[in-house]
Design a protein around this ligand. Structure first.
Ligand SMILES: N[C@@H](CCC(=O)N[C@@H](CS)C(=O)NCC(=O)O)C(=O)O
Length: 224
C-alpha cells in the first residue's frame, strides 16, 4: 500500500493520475498547502523540502518502507516498480526522460513563476511577468511543434505525458489560450479523455474537498 501526500496542484495531480493509471491501491493524504500544512513538523519529517507530492511505499521491492519526494523521481520509481509508462532501456526510455526533464526543469518552474507574478502577488513587476509569461509561451510553441509530428511526447503514452498534462491544464489560469496551439490542444484533449486521468483529477472531489477560490481573478478566461 502507498500513502500519497498531495494537494490540488499540477505537481500534486501528476501522482493521483499515475496511481490511477497503474491501478495501484493508495491512500490519499491531503496536505493543504494554502493553510501551510506542508510546513508542519510531521510533514517536514517526511520531506525536509516541505513540498508536495510525497509517497510512502509500505511495500517496496526491498526494505521495509520507502519515503520519496520530487514528483519526477516518484514517477520514475513507480514506472519502474510497476513496469509501465517508461521503457526499461534504450532510446525510447531516453526520450521519455528528456520530456520528463523538460517538464521538471522548464515547464513546471516557468509556468509556476508566471502564475506567481501574474496572480499570486499584487506587486506589479513587468520584467518578471514578461520573462515568465514569455518563456511559458515559448515552451507551449515548442510542445506544439513537437506534437505536430508525434501523438505523444515520446513514442507511446508515458510518464512524460502524465507529468505535463496538469501543467497544460493550468494554462487556463494564466489566460494563455490553448486554442493558439492546435497540436498541443489535440494532445491535451486526448490525454484528458483518458478515464484514469479523469479519476486522478477528481480524487479530492470524491473526498468532498474542493479547491479554495482565489480572492480575485479578473483575467480568467475559459480556453479549452
Ligand atoms: N520539483 C518539485 C516541486 C514541488 C512543488 O513545488 N510543490 C508545490 C505545490 S505544486 C508546493 O508544495 N508548494 C508549497 C510551498 O512551496 O510552500 C516536484 O516536482 O515535486
Amino acid at each position: 500500500m502507498i500513502d500519497l501526500y498531495t494537494w490540488m496542484t499540477p505537481n500534486g495531480f501528476k501522482l493521483t493520475i499515475m496511481l490511477e493509471e497503474l491501478g495501484v491501491p493508495y491512500t490519499l493524504k491531503p496536505v493543504n498547502i494554502g493553510e501551510g500544512e506542508n510546513k508542519k513538523e510531521d510533514f517536514t519529517t517526511l520531506t525536509p523540502n516541505q513540498k508536495i507530492p510525497v509517497i510512502v511505499d509500505h511495500k517496496p521491492k526491498r526494505g521495509k518502507s520507502l519515503t520519496l519526494w520530487e514528483s519526477g523521481a516518484i514517477l520514475i520509481y513507480l514506472a519502474e516498480k510497476e513496469g509501465a509508462f517508461l521503457p526499461k532501456t534504450g532510446e525510447q526510455r531516453a526520450k521519455v526522460l528528456q520530456w520528463l526533464m523538460l517538464q521538471m526543469s522548464g515547464i513546471g518552474p516557468y509556468f509556476g513563476n508566471a502564475f506567481h507574478f501574474k496572480k499570486a502577488t499584487s506587486e506589479k513587476l513587468p520584467y518578471s511577468l514578461k520573462r515568465f509569461m514569455g518563456e511559458t509561451q515559448r515552451l507551449c510553441s515548442l510542445l506544439d511543434h513537437h506534437l505536430s509530428n508525434s501523438d505523444y511526447l515520446a513514442k507511446n503514452y508515458s510518464i512524460a505525458d502524465i507529468s505535463t498534462y496538469p501543467w497544460i491544464r493550468s494554462l487556463e489560469h494564466l489566460g494563455v489560450p490553448l486554442g493558439k496551439y492546435l497540436h498541443l490542444k489535440r494532445w491535451y484533449h486526448m490525454i484528458d479523455a483518458r478515464p484514469k486521468v479523469q479519476e486522478g483529477m477528481s480524487v479530492f472531489k470524491a473526498m468532498g474537498l474542493v479547491k479554495p477560490k482565489r480572492k480575485s481573478n479578473p483575467t480568467k478566461k475559459k480556453n479549452v
